[in-house]
Design a protein around this ligand. Structure first.
Ligand SMILES: NC(=O)C1=CN([C@@H]2O[C@H](COP(=O)(O)OP(=O)(O)OC[C@H]3O[C@@H](n4cnc5c(N)ncnc54)[C@H](O)[C@@H]3O)[C@@H](O)[C@H]2O)C=CC1
Ligand SMILES: CC(C)[C@@H](O)CC[C@@H](C)[C@H]1CC[C@H]2[C@@H]3[C@H](O)CC4=CC(=O)CC[C@]4(C)[C@H]3CC[C@]12C
Length: 369
């Protein structure tokens, strides 16, 4: 919102502000949004690191709350100029029930929208996902696609379904009159697989490799490319959209934007090795060591075990029918819509993103070297 009132002191609310992406958004706002008066960090689980942010000139307000509780959301939104809604259950491993995923990701998003309308907050940025598009259940590749590329989006898994429903709510809310009579301006950002400092799945792969004597075993063909994007660039895109959407409401309102940077197109596993290799791990096999049908069988066995063990414990391995299917389907984006609409350029180069991620992985549990 680059307007003449540069001195205007703004109040931002970041839901999910203590999550992997959310923390980077909070820190990016503090570093690169000069008009901030207050940043409200709303999350079910508040991080201890928030206390360290309270020593600066910007008021940092930690709010422990649940997006499924409308009154808690309304109280947190009231008085905010901008809401960046990243909170969500990012679960493709069967940890949460489909009902809970829907309640958090869809009803929670509806609560945020209604809170903006009821309290007069005019700008809402929603963290959507590539999964709103695909990969679809037919395994159709999405190769170097953009926001306008035709693609048969078919969702059966609770997570992508919830993201698609929530994104539609956000885009349809664009233009609604908020309290005071001004129009609500909404945007949805679609990151591909986010990586970087704080990525728990990367940490899980690292730990798995350490347990296996410094080795990981290829399960996905190197030819299956997956788009990935550095968390710092995703955070930067959120900050930039929030800044520009007031001046460019007619152009940006109700739009979706893929999050992208210069991260290379590689298979999910080969991309992870860009970071895990320098930390001492080795990816065994130039092609999958097990035939696909056996991987399908093992994934199904994992799903069965999860169901059988659920009354006793949570068994949620990385390999399940959904993760195997997604990992084995090419999904890459090539677009410049964010650059054309609001001047986005990645803040972090591939080299910088890679170095930062490697340093983080090494710091998590020392190096395997
Ligand atoms: N991690 C990835 O590769 C991608 C993530 N996204 C989206 O980015 C957003 C953030 O994802 P991550 O940072 O990866 O996940 P995360 O799990 O690290 O962060 C989500 C945050 O939301 C909070 N949260 C969950 N349920 C809540 C509730 N009921 N009320 C309030 N807060 C709640 C969690 O405590 C957590 O801090 C999500 O909306 C996700 O769908 C989109 C594309 C890729
Ligand atoms: C066990 C092997 C088959 C291994 O390769 C499985 C990898 C698998 C855990 C990941 C492969 C693709 C990932 C997803 C993708 O990056 C898109 C996503 C978008 C989101 O909004 C949330 C995360 C995720 C679903 C991501 C999750 C992990 C993978 C399935």
């Amino acid at each position: 919102m680059a307007d003449s009132a540069q001195a205007q002191k703004l109040v931002y609310l970041v839901t999910g502000g203590c999550g992997f992406l959310g923390e980077h958004v909070v820190r990016m706002l503090l570093q690169r949004e000069p008009r901030l008066h207050e940043i409200r960090v709303f999350d079910l689980h508040l991080g201890p690191w928030l206390e360290d942010l309270k020593t600066g000139p910007v008021q940092v307000t930690a709010i422990q709350g649940d997006v499924t509780q409308a009154q808690e959301v309304t109280a947190a939104v009231a008085g905010a100029h901008v809401v960046i809604h990243t909170a969500g259950l990012v679960d493709v491993f069967g940890r949460a029930s489909p009902k809970t995923i829907h309640e958090v990701n869809v009803q929670g998003t509806q609560n945020v929208i209604e809170a903006c309308v009821q309290t007069g907050t005019q700008f809402l940025v929603y963290t959507s996902s590539m999964e709103v598009v695909g990969p679809n259940t037919k395994g159709h590749p999405f190769y170097r696609g953009n926001e306008d590329t035709p693609y048969e989006a078919i969702h059966k898994h609770p997570y992508p379904r919830s993201k698609a429903l929530a994104e539609r709510l956000v885009l349809e809310a664009n233009g609604r009159k908020v309290r005071g009579g001004l129009p609500l301006v909404t945007c949805a950002l679609r990151p591909t697989g986010i990586y970087g400092e704080g990525h728990q799945i990367m940490r899980d792969f690292y730990r798995q490799g350490l347990r296996l004597g410094g080795r990981l075993f290829r399960a996905v063909p190197a030819s299956v490319e997956h788009g990935r994007v550095y968390v710092g660039n995703v955070a930067w895109m959120h900050v930039l959209v929030a800044r520009e959407m007031k001046q460019r409401a007619a152009l940006m309102g109700g739009q979706v934007y893929f999050c992208y940077d210069a991260s290379p197109y590689k298979s999910y596993e080969d991309f992870n090795m860009e970071f895990l290799g320098p930390c001492g791990l080795r990816l065994v096999g130039t092609r999958p060591l097990l035939p696909y049908w056996l991987l399908v069988l093992l994934a199904a066995l994992n799903a069965l075990l999860q169901w059988l063990l659920r009354p006793l414990l949570l068994y949620a391995p990385l390999l399940n029918p959904y993760t195997l299917a997604v990992a084995n389907t090419t999904f890459t984006v090539s677009t410049n819509k964010a650059q054309r609409h609001f001047g986005y350029e990645p803040l972090f180069s591939w080299e910088d993103s890679r170095t930062r991620t490697i340093l983080w992985v090494k710091a998590t549990e020392g190096s395997a070297q």
